[in-house]
Design a protein around this ligand. Structure first.
Ligand code: XUL
Length: 519
């Protein structure tokens, strides 16, 4: 039996996906939604409320409890974890955890005491800034200035100093909480925190997710002295050297052996960011295949043949866990914006899809939305607020069908405009994420991008990517064999573009850009 476990600690949930590489099957797939299962953390959408809408933090203990819950769920479903040979996974990118005692000093976790109670005293910062935070404008400017300007930061790290990235967050912590900063001995990303829990040792950050910090020198694969110095004094001593994504960072801690029945010696492979992990889970780690991930954030990404940065300054270059680089454009108004419209108009997801496909038409009769329900990353919109343009009923919020099409058309057109730097024309685009089987979304994406849109059978490509990376690193299995067995596209659900919608969307792109330039 060759089983490999993938974990995905994302914004709103923690998921586990178990694969069997002998049979080529997904054996188990479980997810713990933070809002539903851990209401005591008061984070219905995965983050804490804050008076300042720019501040978005989560309680890292919620992630610890969710890890225990998902393993408990797997056991309750009859899954035997003793034949898992390797574990890897992913975390929401950019989120960071601050410790006053190194995980390396923990030894094993005490059996009989819940893990979150053992982690609580280790934290030097009670909450973790996450990718949705946009409170670091001043710090981004300071870092760029100290490091020699925006272009220099982008050339070294693959991205300009960027609001949600970890380096600017670290600088803000150093400036606003000097005592806690002094007490901090170790900083983790979500993606190195979870494997640190699993091994009871400090796990290194991988090159894939490390690139989302504004601290990594992409060319050397080491922390950049220039950026460390520009960010905060003493930072170098608080970060372990980064590792390549296939590195085994340790073995499962005795706590998990006793409590959940893992075999002693089970290998834990470095975790990565959820987007780099999805690149693997989609079988798209070679250049030439673009991916759209429809999650809490929507992202457009592709493996890159050569490193290229976004001239507009929004996009990023991360490490490709299979080697080389990947480009990414991230849109914070993803599923939260779609859910907001569905909730406001009382639409189920089927009704939402029907509204788009059956009750409205491409271009939405001129009804157009700037969909910024929360502050937006791409393009940068710091003040939240959707802006409505079109018929009186639409603007008054009385046309449910037009609203459903408007939010999806706006998201798709913005993705198209802001991913043009990524490279060649996209003829086929793979889609993943919770919304990737919604026929309304697929229809609009196909027409806006004039590309065939192809979902995969597994929606959680990030957790799948974790399991595949464990199979590759521990099981020695080849990417192409793994992709052939676990990442087949759902050809029956593929949506091809209607060529006659092309001019309609050229017009929409122009109108969208015009409205955008006026806010
Ligand atoms: C990517 C980004 C988001 C998070 C979501 O840069 O910020 O996609 O990774 O989990």
């Amino acid at each position: 039996m060759a089983k490999f476990l993938g974990l995905d600690s994302s914004t709103q949930s923690l998921s586990a996906l178990l694969i069997d590489t002998d049979t080529g099957k997904v054996v188990a797939d479980r997810s713990v939604n933070f809002g539903e299962r851990l209401p005591q953390y008061k984070s219905p959408k995965g983050f804490l409320a804050h008076a300042d809408e720019a501040v978005k933090h989560s309680d890292p203990l919620m992630w610890v409890e969710a890890l225990e819950l998902v393993l408990t769920d797997l056991r309750a479903a009859g899954v035997d974890l003793s034949d898992v040979r390797g574990i890897s996974g992913a975390g929401q990118q950019h989120g960071s955890v601050y410790l006053g005692k190194s995980m390396d000093k923990v030894g094993d976790w005490a059996p009989g005491t819940p893990l979150h109670e053992q982690v609580r005293p280790l934290l030097s910062r009670k909450t973790s800034p996450i990718w949705m935070d946009s409170s670091t404008s001043a710090e981004c400017a300071e870092i760029a200035k100290a490091a020699g300007g925006d272009e220099r930061v982008a050339t070294i790290t693959g991205s300009r100093a960027t609001l949600r990235f970890t380096g600017p967050q670290i600088r803000r912590f150093f400036k606003t909480s000097p005592t806690e900063w002094q007490q901090t001995v170790e900083i983790h990303l979500v993606s190195s925190f979870i494997p640190s829990l699993l091994t009871g040792m400090s796990a290194s950050i991988d090159l894939g997710d490390g690139a989302g910090m504004n601290l990594l020198d992409l060319a050397t694969g080491k922390w950049s002295e220039t950026l460390l110095d520009a960010t905060a004094p003493g930072l170098a001593g608080k970060l372990k050297p980064p590792v390549t994504s296939a590195t085994v960072v340790g073995e499962i801690a005795g706590y998990f052996v006793k409590k959940y029945g893992f075999a002693p010696g089970t290998k834990v492979v470095a975790f990565t960011g959820d987007n780099p992990s999805s690149l693997i889970g989609m079988g798209a780690s070679k250049p030439g295949t673009a991916v759209i991930s429809l999650g809490t954030s929507d992202t457009v990404f592709t493996a890159m043949a050569s490193q290229r940065t976004d001239p507009r300054g929004y996009g990023s270059v991360f490490g490709n866990p299979a080697g080389g680089y990947m480009s990414l454009a991230c849109f914070s108004n993803g599923s939260l914006a779609r859910e907001e419209i569905a909730r406001k108009f009382g639409l189920s997801w089927d009704q939402f899809a029907a509204a788009i496909v059956e009750q409205t038409r491409p271009g939405n009769d001129g009804n157009l939305l700037l969909p910024y329900f929360v502050p937006e990353i791409t393009p940068r919109v710091l003040k939240a607020g959707a802006r409505w343009f079109g018929s009186a009923a639409f603007v008054a919020g009385k046309d449910a069908a037009a609203a459903a099409r408007a939010v999806v058309e706006a998201q798709a057109i913005s993705m198209r405009i802001h991913s043009d730097w990524i490279g060649e024309k996209m003829h086929t685009i793979l889609v993943t994420g919770g919304a990737s089987k919604n026929r309304g979304l697929l229809r609009v994406l196909a027409d806006v991008f004039q590309a065939t849109i192809m979902p995969l059978s597994v929606s959680n490509s990030s957790a799948l990517g974790g399991a595949l990376r464990a199979a590759q690193a521990v099981g020695g299995q080849a990417w192409q064999d793994l992709y052939a067995r676990f990442c087949p596209p759902e050809r029956d659900l593929a949506v091809t573009p209607e060529p006659n919608t092309r001019p309609v969307y050229e017009q929409l792109a122009a109108d969208f850009a015009k409205h955008l330039s006026q806010i």
